[in-house]
Design a protein around this ligand. Structure first.
Ligand code: AVJ
Ligand code: FE
Length: 441
């Protein structure tokens, strides 16, 4: 979006608002009746109809009231869709808009947004609209909720719901590339000060000097993870963070989410309501931070810090600058498994063309990657435009995830993008890769 003039940017925004809405509607119609849309499949998730009206309410707050100065349409429903007023567990008991009402409400918001788009100036001093920032924020927000809704679909019991995948884009497959690369000691630029759609927590760009380390060229696969299970990894407290051992003991978990097997037979997994053989060479997903941490220790490694992840993904040592994506500054289809096209991670060795300058693959797409880092603001952080996006989550409770998953839209992830969740969470499409300090065995 950075290189477009204002009319072209507005055209792009209108098109992207339309595209993301098609997906949101696709995830909330089809095989699902009103009972399904208002049901809660897990206390971790909202009813689908909450997400649907919430994206419209967020759009009303930011694009109609804040950006265009339009009067509130339904001020009385703001409270229902305020994520801070009502935790997910209590949302099904709220007097939510029913599916038809919710669809009508968000459609009305949208038509008013499109009517007002022409008259909102992007070139004023207002940082909210400068470069179309707040429109990018709203487009990304709806994409994030589409990924959340897909996680709700994954947790649903019963017959598979139609998800209508638009089809996979797989590039050249070069298996057998797993290993690790050395990232030499030295500084790199972390974060960004000039990416027009970057969130506050990605800012400002700043120099971080790292000691040398090794990082895996591929995420840890299901086969790798089975080796950890078979070696008794879940039964040896030496591999586990003390709180991880507590989680493992209280939860009774001994395998990633959605895995099962009959007796000693081959591993199976449930994916969107169907049970299928577990593909051994896909990245492992639905593991919590504690499981990722335990695996890494068992393997004689550790999780990368957030800075190590980002240097491996973005730094171009020859050019002496950081890229927006591992492969360059411009998004290109086919270089990463993003956008809910495949509805699963891809096989090891895929997306060779998406490798970073250091030859590290699949940093963007496939699975969110747990890092060892707690979620904090960068030096010079300033909350913008509201502290509930990220600032209120800073602290030791949340771990940072990077890179997006196969369920993340390309507009909602880049090399600087930061996600976060509690270290016990497994419902997100998350896996990990390992690193180790160079010089340490
Ligand atoms: C950035 C994915 C952690 O979904 O909880 C959604 C994003 N913020 N609505 C979330 C978000 C407001 C957030 N994550
Ligand atoms: Fe939200």
């Amino acid at each position: 979006p950075g290189s477009l003039d204002e009319p072209a940017l507005k055209e792009l925004i209108a098109a992207e608002l339309g595209a993301v809405r098609d997906r949101s509607l696709g995830l909330t119609t089809g095989a699902l009746d009103a009972a399904e849309l208002t049901a809660q499949v897990s206390p971790l998730m909202s009813p689908l109809v909450w997400d649907l009206a919430h994206v419209g309410n967020y759009e009303e707050l930011w694009l109609l009231r804040a950006a265009a100065g339009v009067e509130a349409m339904r001020p009385e429903i703001d409270d229902l869709y305020d994520a801070f007023e009502h935790p997910r567990a209590e949302r099904p008991r709220l007097p939510l808009l029913q599916p038809e009402e919710a669809r009508a409400y968000i459609a009305t918001v949208r038509s008013k947004v499109l009517d007002s788009l022409d008259s909102v100036r992007f070139d004023k001093g207002d940082p909210l609209t400068r470069g179309g920032f707040v429109y990018g924020m709203v487009v990304q927000h709806e994409h994030m909720h589409d990924e959340t809704m897909l996680a709700t679909h994954q947790l649903r019991k019963g017959a598979p719901a139609l998800l209508d995948p638009p089809g996979a884009l797989l590039d050249a497959h070069a298996p057998g590339a797993a290993g690790e690369v050395l990232i030499e000691a030295g500084p790199f630029e972390m974060g960004t000060s000039d990416d027009p759609w970057a969130y506050d927590n990605e800012r400002p760009g700043h120099i971080v000097d790292l000691p040398a380390y090794y990082i895996d060229t591929e995420p840890v696969t299901n086969a790798d993870y089975i080796a950890f299970i078979e070696a008794g990894g879940y039964d040896d407290p030496r591999h586990w963070h003390p709180k991880g051992w507590e989680w493992r003991s209280e939860s009774g978990k001994r395998a990633p989410g959605f895995w099962s097997r009959d007796g000693g037979g081959p591993w199976l997994r449930r994916r969107f309501g169907r049970t299928e053989p577990l593909p051994l060479d896909e990245p492992v997903q639905h593991v919590c931070w504690y499981e990722a941490d335990a695996y890494a220790r068992w393997a004689g490694k550790r999780l990368p810090t957030e800075a190590e992840w980002e240097k491996a993904a973005r730094w171009d040592p020859a050019a002496g600058r950081s890229r927006r994506y591992p492969w360059g500054d411009v998004y290109e289809e086919g270089r990463a498994n993003l956008g809910q096209r495949l509805l699963r991670p891809a096989e090891a060795g895929s997306y060779e063309s998406g490798a970073s300058a250091y030859g590290v693959r699949r940093l963007v797409g496939d699975v969110w990657e747990w890092t060892s880092s707690d979620f904090h603001g960068y030096p010079g952080f300033r909350s913008f435009p509201y502290k509930e996006y990220s600032e209120v989550f800073f602290g030791p409770d949340y771990k940072v995830l990077r890179g997006g998953s196969w369920a993340t839209h390309p507009l909602a992830v880049r090399g600087t993008f930061r996600n976060w969740d509690y270290p016990i969470r497994r419902q997100i499409f998350a896996g990990f890769r390992c690193a180790r300090t160079a010089g340490a065995a």
